[in-house]
Design a protein. Structure first.
Length: 175
């Protein structure tokens, strides 16, 4: 029994690693492996917190190495897991909220703020039960994004638009 638990514990890590492309320049995720990870998460919802924590660590490492393509893939993975596992989202919510906070508050790459807003919108749309408690602290970050003048002019507009879309979504779900 113990050996089976160890294999199960390591399996989610292998599945997550397989979703990432081997080539740094390629920013696509492996769709077949993403489907396997989604099926695994749906059949083992108790593993969602561990999957979320592992994804958080991977994002931190890839961000520190400035491999922003991998960060995009990890956020896309989270978005798909949020959508697929919406019934058990409370198990994944802590990791998703921390990842959204990380993306909205970083200053290295403004396009990561946009995908952070998109992830917040997807999370808020699927997490309507607890949205008011979990997502209210993001309003300050979103207002700051809308008033940000340090970005490049072409990115500034897309960051503002993403921030406004996220604020509208939070108001609609009642945060």
């Amino acid at each position: 029994m113990f050996c089976g638990q160890v294999l199960t514990r390591r399996r989610y890590k292998r599945l997550i690693k397989a979703v990432f492309a081997r080539d740094v320049e390629c920013s696509d995720l492996n769709d077949d492996e993403m489907e396997r990870l989604t099926v695994y998460a749906l059949t083992n919802p108790a593993m969602l917190p561990k999957i979320g924590l592992y994804l958080e660590r991977r994002v931190g490492k890839k961000f520190a190495r400035r491999e922003f393509q991998y960060v995009h893939v990890a956020v896309h993975m989270c978005n798909q897991l949020i959508q697929a596992c919406h019934l058990d989202l409370r198990l994944f919510a802590g990791s998703a909220v921390r990842l959204i906070k990380f993306l909205l508050r970083q200053i290295e790459s403004p396009d990561l703020k946009v995908i952070g807003c998109d992830m917040l919108i997807k999370f808020a749309s699927h997490n309507q039960d607890e949205a008011s408690q979990t997502l209210t602290p993001f309003i300050d970050d979103l207002v700051r994004l809308c008033h940000d003048s340090q970005s490049q002019p072409d990115l500034r507009q897309s960051v503002r638009e993403a921030g406004l879309r996220a604020i509208v979504t939070l108001v609609q779900v009642g945060a």
